[in-house]
Design a protein around this ligand. Structure first.
Ligand code: AMP
Length: 299
């Protein structure tokens, strides 16, 4: 089953202890699509400026990513800058320029309105609501966001939480959103808003899923060198949602396997800048890592 994703398409400027890149393609929707398209067809809705060079994302078309909903507006593409510390779980946002996103109204093409799997990638919560208003009968709405929107658009974001089935957040975001340090208390507060499943990403310490009153934990794949963690969350979400859409059912086992597929894809993504490591990735490599995850966690 195909997935509809709405999110940012960006030029990122990133510094890590291993180097830096300037104006390299990124954004939540692109990282997500590069990952999810390894599992299921993806339809993208987003906006870029007239400065965007589409040749850099031509590999997505070959992977079955449909870009009919990619609007080109006059102005500059969204830009984000980040600097990672030696502890790569820590990053400072250096700048966020919304540019063409400032006035963007996402119009969902008619042929996408019956989409069943909706991924609301990191983007302004008012845009996420506008998207949901246009979809007829979604089967599964999965939400991602980040501190920028939690602190800036808290109330609107809460409305999006209420309309989502699954939320994917990192531990800091969960604490900031709920104002609760205890993750367990925070998880219960989020369930009360509506989401049936909560995925909490913990960087190099892996990810956890809370669903039907049970926890499921996976480690992160042990790597000797993480080159660029940018997009780890979005590529995790791509593997996670891509696998669920491929299976076409929402069960405890599917969600648990989805966390492992998400972790597997994210572990490749962080091994190079931008989404370069996802371009030549294939299902065989992902499956190998999935099997290693199984071995790492079984007694
Ligand atoms: P992640 O590392 O998974 O948190 O995602 C990083 C990506 O999110 C980068 O490619 C950025 O372009 C994009 N991004 C950063 N800030 C925002 C924001 N406020 N809204 C939407 N996308 C953003």
């Amino acid at each position: 089953m195909s997935i509809l994703v709405v999110g940012s398409i960006a030029y990122d400027t990133v510094e890590t202890p291993y180097g830096s890149v300037q104006d390299s393609p990124g954004g939540s929707a692109l990282y997500f699509s590069a990952a999810a398209s390894l599992f299921s067809p993806v339809n993208v809705v987003g906006v870029v400026g007239s400065d965007f060079n589409a040749s850099k994302i031509s590999f997505l078309k070959k992977r079955g990513v449909n870009l009919d909903g990619l609007y080109v507006e006059s102005g500059d593409t969204f830009r984000w800058g980040g600097r990672y510390h030696k502890d790569l779980n820590q990053r400072d946002t250096l700048f966020t320029y919304l540019n063409v996103f400032e006035d963007f109204q996402p119009i969902i093409p008619e042929q996408y309105k019956d989409s069943k799997y909706i991924f609301l990638a990191n983007i302004a919560p008012d845009l996420q609501l506008q998207v949901l208003d246009q979809i007829h009968k979604p089967k599964l709405v999965i939400l991602d966001t980040m501190n920028f929107w939690i602190s800036g658009k808290r109330d609107t974001l809460e409305e999006v939480f209420k309309r989502s089935d699954i939320v994917i957040l990192n531990d800091e975001e969960v604490r900031e959103f709920t104002n609760e340090y205890s993750l367990l208390t925070a998880i219960n507060l989020i369930h009360k808003l509506g989401p049936k499943a909560i995925v909490i990403k913990k960087g190099e310490h892996g990810a956890l899923l809370h669903y039907e009153d049970q926890f499921f934990f996976t480690p992160a794949y042990p790597l000797d060198r993480v080159i660029d963690p940018t997009g780890a969350g979005d590529s995790f979400a791509g593997g996670f949602v891509g696998y669920i859409a491929k299976e076409g059912k929402i069960t405890k086992t599917t969600l648990r396997k989805a966390v492992m597929y998400g972790s597997s894809v994210a572990s490749y993504n962080v091994q190079d800048f931008s989404f370069n490591a996802l371009i030549d990735l294939d299902m065989k490599k992902i499956q190998n890592r999935f099997e290693e995850f199984k071995l790492m966690t079984q007694v």
